[in-house]
Design a binder for this molecule. Sequence first.
Ligand code: BGC
Length: 345
Amino acid sequence: MLALVTQPGQTDTTRIEDIPSVDVREGEVLVRTLEVGVCGTDREISEGLFGIAPENERLLVLGHEALAVVERDGYGFTRGQLVTATVRRSCGHCIACAENAPDSCLTGDYSERGIARLNGYARELVAEDPEELVVIPTSLGRSGVLAEPSSICERALRHVRAIGGRQPWQLERALVIGAGAIGVLMTFLLRLAEIEVWTASLEPENELVERCGAHYVSTRDTELAELGRFDLVVEAAGNAPLMAQALSLLRRSSIACLLGIDPRKQKIELEGPVLGVDTILENRVLFGSVNAQRQDWLAAVSDLERARDRWPEALEQLVQLRVPLDRFAEAFEHRGGKATLVLSD
Ligand code: BGC
């Protein structure tokens, strides 16, 4: 069967390959991939900067943002049901993974579908552990491909609430930096919670952000510091200088959450008193968040449905490019909203 593969650690090795057909073992559910989303992590893997092939293999099948359909009845699933699947799987030997929280794995020995040690969904068929499958309501249809990036936002917000909730605090005003898929989905989730949201990025305008009642700010003509202070700043642009600046945009007792990745080697500047005085005297927190656990996936699916009901077509419009597998290069080059690879109609 056809698959999108890459050789982790090597640049320019991403290609379509005919790989052996799937071997379905007892206890597994056979699913057919409909579509996979492409994100910065896929690009990094493809540039040889990230990713680990399964044990004793040279190639890794990409695809961790999956939308699939169940092929055969069994293990609580019925043929034709839409599903997605969690990305990170237990390391098998830490207390976080033992408590079904591999998103907080303490060893780093976890596997991640399409990223580390486990082949992904960019292939025609996948045999999956039913415990890792998450049902996508038929009403969500192809927008179910947004479940994975939404689960990342849900996990981040769950942690924001836990951190904020350690002391009296109100989440009333939030800034989201970056208007790629994560930035826009985060904006949707915050707006669903009726929070005043400001979303900033380089582009002159963003209709989707404004449609859900958030304020859009182009950083070409407005400085973030002009927007006032926030109870929450989410950095989803992947820009380390902005991550540092986030600390200076916080109100008392507030939180900066980092979701974007910026691997560039660089020195970044921060006004000394922002860290040495304000962060302490105003009880501010800066934290990073990655991955998601099952409860976040379930929250993501439910909130995607709420978002679709509230802002019809916004989710469809967030997926800006859908191309067949053999045009993967176009999806990898796409910036802005989500690009996906379609494997089956
Ligand atoms: C994925 C996460 C994953 C992370 C690091 C992200 O793109 O959404 O599920 O944990 O990459 O591998």
